[in-house]
Design a protein around this ligand. Sequence first.
Ligand SMILES: NC(=O)c1ccc[n+]([C@@H]2O[C@H](COP(=O)([O-])OP(=O)(O)OC[C@H]3O[C@@H](n4cnc5c(N)ncnc54)[C@H](OP(=O)(O)O)[C@@H]3O)[C@@H](O)[C@H]2O)c1
Length: 252
Amino acid sequence: MRLGVIGVGHLATSLLKGLLRAGHAPEGIRLSPRGHGPELAAEHGFALAADNPALVADCDMVLLAVRPADAVDAVRGLPWRADHILVSACAGVTIARLAEGAGPAQIVRIMPITASELGASPTTVFPMRPELRPLLGALGTPIALESEDQFEAATVSAAIYGWAQALIRTGAEWGARNGLDPAVARQLMARTFVASGRMQGEQDAPMDEILASLCTPGGITEAGLRSLERAGMPEAWDEACDLVLARLRGTG
Ligand SMILES: NC(=O)c1ccc[n+]([C@@H]2O[C@H](COP(=O)([O-])OP(=O)(O)OC[C@H]3O[C@@H](n4cnc5c(N)ncnc54)[C@H](OP(=O)(O)O)[C@@H]3O)[C@@H](O)[C@H]2O)c1
């Protein structure tokens, strides 16, 4: 599969770093000449297309990572063929809207996160296709959804990725205010979140059971959880997720 990228901005740069990290050859990947395309081509040896029509004509799979408002215009008028796979990472832009511009191409939506550059992105995808495995496997763990509706709901986790980092920062700043070296506090918080995710993600026991095993009655974890509940958890979290989903569906 010859891969091309239209929209070489912040997200695409992370994805390209992830592909390099996984051993993909840069000269086999064509970048559009806007955004960071020229500098990434010069620095890493990616091929640079003359323009978007030339890129589409030369590739079998095209990753679209322009801003959502630019997505349909960016694909319109390009020489799409029925054997093209258009892989859109544009949040909230439906397959039907992309099809208005990309006509006969087969359209897939993915939602990677910038941890792609570490090979650690849980990348949601709909519909899954076998041709995507080398791309998504290089970025982390593919998570196939069964409908576009499910995909939209799963896309909320791309925002949660940012909220988790805000919580890590809050915890690190609290640690520093309470006498920890700031670098130690940052590592401690970040690694604690990684550990929590791994315990819930890599064990088969029910989630409640894993959590209950941490909450000794009268202990510090339980006391802190009750304090968070009095302050609005988990309702505040659910409300933020509802808000993001409404934005993605264009209803909020
Ligand atoms: N940022 C993230 O962490 C993240 C995570 C998941 C999904 N996404 C999705 O990824 C997409 C891109 O986000 P971003 O943060 O990477 O935005 P960004 O940094 O603004 O990058 C968008 C790039 O698209 C280029 N572009 C716009 N129209 C183009 C066209 N017709 N042909 C070629 N290039 C064009 C822009 O070039 P110019 O600078 O020349 O305008 C810019 O370099 C969004 O749809 C977003 O929903 C982002």
